[in-house]
Design a protein around this ligand. Structure first.
Ligand code: GRF
Length: 204
């Protein structure tokens, strides 16, 4: 599920092609009709669907339509990749344990928006990205893996965002691959990966 550019979507599709994943992308769904990632999906033969939140009177109604669309494809995994809508509790509960998200910070630091600006303001020396299971609190679910990057002295939000994005493109495919291979499970507030993995934290 996307809302924009879709560079993480591209990273996933490319990893699937290069590594011959035993899985296929059944659909790309966007709440924004003009999301660039939809073009990429179409060019790669993946059904590109718009469920425009503006067409619905409430968050609940939007989420219900979204769930209907998703369920029509019977996916095993839902990957949020820059999907910029807050989801309702019933929606999240419905997909518990099979919906994951990528967030551009080392959670639990900097949940929410403008993570790179906030990292610079806080003066942290290390920043990065996290893949996590989606739970009711935004950006708070059990962390699957993280990728670290340094914050360099002359960084601005753009240079830092670019470094983090490159790392996002490394760690999101890792997490999805673990799931596809049946190795990744959410157990309440914890993540189980079996057999254990040496790459929970990826360094630049
Ligand atoms: C990424 O930084 C992702 O971590 C955040 O939204 C951005 C989406 O970028 N959730 P893209 O659409 O995948 O290029």
């Amino acid at each position: 599920m996307i809302s924009g550019r879709g560079s993480n979507l591209q990273a996933l599709v490319k990893a699937a092609q290069n590594e011959a994943w035993q899985a296929r992308f059944v659909a790309v769904i966007s709440n924004q009709p003009d999301a660039k990632g939809l073009d990429f999906a179409r060019q790669n033969g993946i059904p590109a669907i718009v469920v425009n939140h503006r067409d619905f009177a409430s968050r609940e109604a939007f989420d219900e339509a979204l769930a209907k669309t998703i369920d029509s494809f019977s996916p095993d995994l839902i990957a949020l990749a820059g999907f910029m809508r807050v989801l309702t509790d019933p929606f999240i509960d419905r997909y518990q344990g099979r919906m994951i998200n990528i967030h551009p910070s080392l959670l639990p630091h900097f949940p929410g928006l403008h993570t790179h600006e906030r990292a610079l303001e806080a003066g942290v020396k290390k920043h990065g990205a996290s893949v996590h299971f989606v739970t009711r609190v935004v950006d708070e679910g059990p962390i699957i893996c993280q990728g670290e990057v340094p914050v360099l002295p002359n960084d601005d939000a753009d240079t830092l965002a670019a470094r983090v994005l490159k790392m996002e493109h490394r760690i999101y495919p890792l997490a999805v691959k673990w799931f596809i291979n049946g190795r990744l499970h959410q157990e309440g507030s914890q993540v189980q990966i079996s057999p254990p993995e040496s790459q929970y934290i990826v360094q630049a």
